[in-house]
Design a protein. Structure first.
Length: 335
């Protein structure tokens, strides 16, 4: 099985967040075959219920290659043409998984070890697999995390602040609105205030951005709504403290604010000889802490087609990534 065939095999296993068991078992089998040939060891790292991370270690790991197994919905299977492999997870991140496995395999065949592969669950929702892995160090000094960066080394990635707004009101007949209190109007006022907030800017990461992601509420057109709810998602360029406080001050008299997720932005290391970029999305890196070593971020594919019906990964970039990961491992283990 070559890297393209492995990418398609991984894409064809549905692994939407919380349903990663089948892809985990497939990776465990593939990595066990590799470990059997090169004196490695493979383990399922329990996360919750039937969910687990997969870790393969060869020698005492100095460098760990890691990415996530889960995808966003909806699932659609793989196909390929001369240039691309298509399908859910093709670039986010099953082509990356294949590139990492083949990079390690080629280095093992050349007699190098001291590497690990760590594939985690849950990145697309709350990074629960990375949280668990961050509590179980194996001595690795460097972590190469894989996300679509078009094979450029990311100097930083934005964080995330996910908030839920809940507005309460009083039902009444819509012919007599003065007898009720509209929760939807309260929610709209709060969202307008948030849209007007000045958000932080970072000289490397750029501006924070706001997405009003979901809105729900009301019971019927002729009823004053007593409940309304919205979720907002802010891409952070710092740890999020000032932004969280500003949002609370702005809307506290109109809605209840619940924090669902906060992931800080990170600034990352560079290496000589690698093209660099900056990405606006959030990764597992903050949740690993220091347990797996100094972090780097790089992977084949474009984030602009991830999470879309056009998700695909260039075959050329899969091949390039194998060689890039090998160079990174060699450079880091020799440092």
């Amino acid at each position: 099985m070559n890297a393209f065939e492995l990418t398609r095999a991984l894409v064809d296993v549905e692994s939407i967040t919380e349903n990663e068991e089948a892809i985990g078992n497939l990776l465990f089998t593939k990595l066990s075959e590799l470990a059997a040939r090169h004196a490695g060891r493979v383990e399922r790292m329990p996360v919750e219920g039937r969910r687990f991370n997969v870790l393969a270690a060869f020698g005492d790991p100095i460098v760990t290659l890691s990415t996530h197994m889960d995808t966003v919905p909806p699932f659609f299977p793989s196909r390929e043409d001369d240039q691309y492999i298509w399908g859910r997870g093709a670039c986010d991140t099953k082509g990356i998984i294949a590139s990492m496995i083949f990079a390690v395999r080629e280095l093992l065949q050349a007699g190098r070890n001291n590497m690990a592969l760590l594939f985690v669950v849950g990145e697309e929702r709350n990074s629960t697999g990375a949280v668990v892995a961050g509590q179980q160090s194996r001595g690795s000094k460097f972590l190469i995390n894989g996300e679509p960066t078009e094979n450029k080394l990311a100097l930083g990635s934005k964080g995330a602040l996910r908030l839920e707004f809940t507005a309460s009101g009083k039902m009444a007949h819509s012919a007599y609105p003065e007898l009720g209190e509209s929760a939807i109007e309260k929610l709209l006022d709060a969202l307008d205030l948030v849209r007007r907030l000045p958000l932080p800017n970072d000289k490397i990461l750029g501006p924070s951005t706001l997405n009003i992601a979901t809105i729900a509420g009301g019971r019927a057109p002729n009823v004053i709504p007593d409940h309304a709810q919205a979720e907002i998602f802010i891409r952070l360029v710092d740890d999020g403290t000032s932004t969280r406080e500003a949002v609370t001050r702005a809307v506290q008299s109109k809605v209840e604010v619940k924090e669902l997720l906060r992931t800080p932005a990170v600034h990352l290391g560079a290496l000589d000889g690698f093209e660099t970029t900056v990405v606006a999305y959030t990764t597992d890196i903050p949740w690993f802490g220091d347990a797996w070593g100094k972090p780097y971020l790089l992977g084949p594919g474009s984030i602009h087609v991830a999470h879309t019906s056009e998700e695909r990964i260039p075959k050329r970039q899969i091949q390039e990534a194998i060689q890039i990961y090998k160079r990174m491992i060699q450079q880091l283990t020799n440092s």
